[in-house]
Design a protein around this ligand. Structure first.
Ligand SMILES: [Zn+2]
Ligand SMILES: [Zn+2]
Length: 639
């Protein structure tokens, strides 16, 4: 690892002293943008370069985006930007930060694990070191303290991410800090003469426009998606945490380190083991540095991150009582709050993200079709006997390569049982506290629902079947797989209920001896059946006949009320990403656009919250980077 002393004098690591940030005129901001653009277009002699005046006619949001994109792709070998440009860019960032709907969070306000999660527990019963740890849910770039170092989960090049559209933490941190962050990283890397650092080697820079005084940069191990971590990768992850703490201790001026989840997400380290490594390594480090004043904050962005850390804590300390739920610290944009508060009727458009957030209390995981962890919990046996690793694999999975005898599976059950098992175990008939029932109850507004989820979450949460449109089908029916006729479908519930007590707990299959009795077949032709979901060209749309027209009529009704009585219509899109965008995401945008300002659209999405620019600028649509569950909870607080 490059020693701090080797670059300490090459970059600015002095403590931040100014109480108020730099100021900068609107002209200076435009000049800075113009400078960046000229530099970017410089390679192309034909390029048209807008004047600062022309830039001034663009909406502010677009100018900010342009600055951000240009800085993201800027090669640090171009050399440092002129001081005036840097000052203007940093001042612009600080103004943006001050105006952000998401308030700054002074780290003194963040409670320790004991106070936050186990308020009833006497501090003497708290395991050693936990008083120095904190779990906090929110955006790492909002944490404020001059003596705080936030950890940037970087790649080994250490220069940031060069893809403007990437939503990685590396990009978010660089964008909020400004151009000097990359320049400093570059200066350090130049001094080492290396193009890459090793995994777990850390660097320290200042935070610049960030509300945190410092940034520690470290790359964690990167795994093949779906792979179990090797012993070496496990050690690398642990040393990534250790390197950051060692380096922070070596620098004076730092008393708190805030870690995001290193190596999870894009780097594919499984979240559960990563959480355990993060906590146990930090505690070990603290106990071997007993005189350190350090606090360590784990910044958990999503509800699933939070669940993993809580589970890891319980497994490290089985004697601890169950922790209190960890509440999030996201703030909703003002106008979103207003739209939600003032809505007279609501159109709910739901995608896979909603079901993934409907967490089952027994498993601590939602119905996430991509989750390997969920699959492992539901079907440990199938991991050994098949190549299935996620619920997605179970749809249309071909079992022909495995003898039915070995599978303990009646041939006719082969396509129904995995989903059948999921359905009966993950979605109990009674709504759990995480279901959107409460939302409807508190909202008590006229609604209509379009959902791409077949899991009947809305129906089981007491929403009216008359107001739900399931274009992708629903687990409510079985259908003939041929299909032999358009009416070869029938309700599934009686079969689920009859089969539930007989399902094997480890592979969720029906015992072969009961297969002929419990597994349905087509009442018309006697052939195989499957759930009525759009899984192939056999899909029957007949069970949903009339839904589309009814949905359209309900929308028209809402828009008529908006037109004639000034009623406010809210289109709430929950967790609809790019899996099947033509089913939920794009139609929602089109609905908002074509209603010409009669409705407001709120897109709630953890990965892709962006809304089309023209809808945002007209004040018709807003995106919120949140999980569906977090959003619904915030909405409950609002109304
Ligand atoms: Zn990236
Ligand atoms: Zn049939």
């Amino acid at each position: 690892m490059p020693s701090l002393s080797s670059y300490r004098d090459l970059i600015d690591l002095s403590p931040r002293t100014t109480e108020t940030g730099p100021t900068s005129s609107a002209e200076a901001q435009l000049d800075a943008l113009s400078h960046l653009y000229t530099e970017y277009a410089g390679e192309d002699p034909e390029a048209y370069i807008p004047t600062p005046h022309e830039f001034s006619h663009q909406p502010e949001s677009r100018r900010n985006q342009l600055v951000r994109d240009l800085l993201t792709i800027r090669d640090p070998r171009e050399g440092p930007l002129p001081v005036k440009v840097v000052e203007a860019l940093e001042a612009g960032l600080e103004i943006k930060s001050r105006n952000s709907p998401d308030p700054l969070v002074p780290i003194e306000e963040i409670k320790s694990v004991g106070d936050e999660l186990f308020p009833q527990l006497p501090s003497t019963e708290l395991p050693a070191g936990l008083d120095k740890l904190a779990f906090w849910r929110g955006d790492i770039t909002r944490l404020a303290s001059d003596k705080l170092a936030i950890v940037n989960p970087a790649n080994t090049r250490m220069l940031g991410c060069f893809q403007p559209s990437h939503l990685c933490a590396d990009n978010v941190i660089h964008a909020a800090s400004g151009p000097r962050l990359r320049q400093d990283c570059f200066t350090i890397m130049e001094s080492t003469g290396r193009s890459d650092l090793d995994v777990a080697e850390a660097l320290l820079t200042k935070g610049y426009a960030l509300p945190a005084g410092y940034v520690l940069h470290v790359a964690g191990p990167k795994l093949e998606r779906g792979a179990e971590p090797t012993v070496e990768e496990h050690q690398q992850l642990e040393s990534a945490y250790e390197s950051c703490l060692d380096l922070a201790a070596e620098a004076s001026n730092i008393d708190t380190v805030a870690f995001p989840c290193i190596s999870t997400g894009l780097f594919a380290y499984p979240s559960g083991p990563a959480a355990e490594a993060a906590i146990s390594t930090s505690l070990r480090w603290l106990s071997s540095h007993p005189s350190t004043p350090f606090r360590i904050i784990f910044v958990l962005f999503s509800s699933s991150d939070a669940n993993h850390y809580l589970a890891a804590l319980s497994s490290l300390y089985p004697s601890l009582p169950p922790p209190k739920p960890l509440v999030k610290h996201f703030a909703l944009p003002e106008r979103v709050k207003e739209w939600v508060r003032e809505a007279d009727s609501v159109i709910i458009h739901a995608g896979a993200g909603l079901s993934a957030d409907a967490v089952d209390e027994e498993y601590g995981i939602g119905l996430d079709y991509n989750s390997k962890e969920l699959f492992k919990k539901l079907y440990p046996d199938l991991l050994e006997t098949t190549e299935m690793r996620t619920l997605y694999h179970s749809i249309g999975y071909d079992y022909e390569d495995v003898t039915p005898r070995k599978m303990g599976l009646h041939p006719r059950a082969r396509r129904t049982s995995p989903v059948l098992g999921t359905n009966s175990r993950l979605l109990p008939p009674a709504p759990t506290r995480h279901h959107p029932r409460h939302f409807q109850y508190r909202l008590s507004l006229p609604y209509t629902i379009l959902t791409s989820n077949a899991d009947q979450l809305f129906l089981q949460s007491s929403f009216s079947a008359e107001r739900i449109h399931n274009p992708q089908g629903s687990y409510s029916h079985f259908q003939c797989l041929k299909p032999c006729s358009p009416t070869s479908f029938f309700p599934s519930a009686p079969y689920f209920h009859a089969a539930a007590p007989h399902l094997s707990p480890t592979n969720m299959r029906i015992p072969p001896s009961l297969a002929s009795e419990l597994i349905p077949s087509c009442p018309n032709c006697g052939g195989e059946v499957f759930l009525n979901v759009r899984g192939g060209d056999w899909f029957l749309e007949t069970p949903q006949a009339g839904q589309r027209a009814r949905y359209a009529a309900q929308i028209t009704e809402q828009l008529d009320a908006a037109r004639s009585k000034g009623r406010k219509v809210l289109l709430l899109e929950l967790g609809a990403g790019f899996n099947t965008p033509s089913v939920v995401r794009w139609p929602g945008e089109e609905l908002c656009r074509s209603s010409e300002g009669l409705m407001r659209m709120v897109r709630v999405n953890l990965a892709h919250p962006e809304v089309p620019g023209e809808l945002k600028e007209k004040g018709w649509a807003e995106g919120v980077r949140m999980g569906a569950l977090d959003f619904l909870q915030s909405v409950l607080e609002e109304r």
